[in-house]
Design a protein around this ligand. Structure first.
Ligand code: CMP
Length: 141
């Protein structure tokens, strides 16, 4: 079934000039970019986006990192997009990321793990609305 998922290319991967390489992997896997924006998150935005992690030991480091430079945020659409995106990214902890995944190739640490992807279709809907409150146009085929 066709789904949408929210993807973020994190500040360390943007700094590595890897936006195109990472988007290319999504496209090569049949995922379509249907919305995109580049922005430098404020503390407020990063804290709100990661609100479920508030109070966890890694929260301050996560917010500090996510506000350290610009991020590239996109909505990916395609068959089974949520799971497909997570497969392409590899495990959240890059120490466990399979060879050839985005995290294996571009992550620097658990926090600086190069990319974010929604963990479920319900989460995707919330995360997409967070960054694209005006909505996302249907894809032209
Ligand atoms: P992400 O998919 O963006 O969702 C939350 C982020 O918090 C996660 O990727 C990691 O970068 C970070 N994170 C989650 N768990 C830990 C942890 N145990 N230690 C450090 N960072 C973590």
């Amino acid at each position: 079934t066709t789904e949408r998922t929210l993807s973020i290319i994190k500040p360390n991967a943007v700094a590595k000039n890897a936006i195109g390489a990472i988007l290319g992997r999504f496209e090569a896997a049949g995922l379509h970019v249907v919305a995109a924006r580049m922005l430098h998150l404020s503390r407020e935005q990063a804290s709100a986006f990661y609100a479920i992690h508030q109070g966890k030991p890694f929260f301050e480091e996560l917010v500090g990192f996510m506000t350290s430079g610009p991020v590239m945020v996109q909505v990916l659409e395609g068959d089974d997009a949520v799971a497909k995106n997570r497969d392409i990214m590899g495990a959240t902890n890059p120490a466990n990321a399979a060879p050839g995944t985005i995290r294996a190739d571009f992550a620097d640490s658990f926090t600086e793990n190069a990319a974010h992807g929604s963990d479920a279709p319900e989460t995707a809907e919330i995360e997409i609305a967070f960054f694209f409150p005006e909505g996302v146009c249907p894809r032209t085929r």
